[in-house]
Design a protein around this ligand. Sequence first.
Ligand SMILES: O=C(O)CCC(=O)C(=O)O
Length: 245
Amino acid sequence: MLNQEQLQSYRDHGHLTVEAVFAADDILTAVADAEDWAEAEIAQLDADGRAWYVEGAVKDRAVLRKLDNPVYLRPAFCALASNEALLAMVAQLIGAEPQAFFSQIFFKAPGGGGPKPVHQDNFYFGPNDPDSMVTAWIALDDADVENGCLFFGEGTNLGPVIPHTSPAGEPFNLLIPDEVARGYEMTAAPVRRGGVSFHHGNTLHQSSDNQSSRPRRACAIHYGNGGTSLVTPALIYDRAVVVKF
Ligand SMILES: O=C(O)CCC(=O)C(=O)O
């Protein structure tokens, strides 16, 4: 469970790091499953799928940038998402009856895994209540500045959702334009494998490219509470993949 200081810190800063939520075995099982899934998936992607899911920044081999809906599709990731300690923390942050609206594995491969520009998850999801969504970013590897940990705009959870744009040809890559993003100081949030970095849906965040020779894999689970509905989503989110616990 989170203590009062942690809860206050989340409310004030819009993010919170909690180390050692998961046992090493849970993470090893999930990583092995993610790698198997990625190998199978990359072999069968069509041209559009390759354009979106294959890591463009890695030139010497084909590796995936991300995979969608692991919590819905993969028992090993559903097990992470339904971990009792994690769900108790999520409920403390956003309220009762947590449900996973969407989830993603980010691979950020060694030797080039590319950056994720500054954005707010609530722009993507458009929930009825901005405080009712939190992302639990589970570190599948130690994540630090060198291999591309998350950076957060302190206290931006207390501000509005800002209009996003997308680069030409990348309609799913919604981002806050550089000239606006530059006005926010972003602070790094390193977290060890098995730890969780939580962020509020309004919190500005980004990650840089992986400049190390180590992988930086993570699973982001976007939870809402029992009353959350996505009223102004920027992309299409399928209600059928929502996982209730
Ligand atoms: O893992 C990353 O680099 C990006 C993660 C992210 O944007 C999120 O969890 O909302």
